[in-house]
Write a protein that binds this ligand. Structure first.
Ligand code: AMP
Length: 176
């Protein structure tokens, strides 16, 4: 099996029954695993002239900050509503029950800047799709999206492909 996959801890029925929570803190806590994950998540984009990584709160900050350092580019935080101190633009997305909003500083991305979206995991793709819309609304050009984990049964990668966004992931897990 993929060595990095053995470093992800699976917690059944968290945060609720039926969900297999894929916990990357065990991967982040392993020096070689963390380094390899950052290298591999960044690898397809080293020659993509990325201007900034847009990382999704919260685990996307840890991975995204390190990837930005590796690519020699900036970092833009996409945060849950009400957390950013300056003027923001927001994007709603649908959860299983209800809606949520992610926000970005309105001046964080300039027109035609080349942006790489980063998060730890893509499931339904709702969060990443909201990130894509936020970046595109501010005039950024998305060069791709990179994740440690894809849950292909939930269709997130296909959802991003419908926007013309290429999705890169280091490992997959079946089911939810
Ligand atoms: P989605 O919007 O459905 O693609 O969900 C992606 C977001 O929810 C990411 O920020 C993940 O960290 C989190 N997430 C969704 N499902 C899981 C899971 N099974 N294990 C860990 N995190 C998850």
């Amino acid at each position: 099996m993929n060595h990095l996959k053995t470093l992800v801890r699976t917690i059944p029925d968290y945060p609720k029954k039926g969900i297999m929570f894929r916990d990357v803190t065990t991967l982040l806590g392993n020096a070689q695993g963390f380094k390899a994950a950052i290298e591999q998540m960044a690898a397809p984009f080293t020659r993509a002239n990325v201007d900034a990584v847009a990382g999704i709160e919260a685990r996307g900050f840890i991975l995204g900050g390190a990837i930005a350092d590796r690519l020699g580019c900036g970092f833009v935080p996409l945060r849950k509503k009400g957390k950013l101190p300056w003027k923001t633009i927001g994007q709603e997305y649908t959860l299983e029950y209800g809606v949520d909003i992610i926000e970005m500083h309105e001046d964080a991305i300039r027109r035609d800047e080349r942006i790489l979206i980063v998060d730890d995991l893509i499931a339904t793709g709702g969060t990443a799709e909201a990130a894509v819309k936020l970046v595109q609304r501010s005039g950024g050009e998305i060069v791709g999206a990179t994740f440690a984990i894809d849950l292909p049964d939930l269709g997130g990668a296909r959802r991003l492909a419908a926007h013309g966004i290429k999705c890169h992931a280091l490992m997959t897990f079946e089911g939810h």
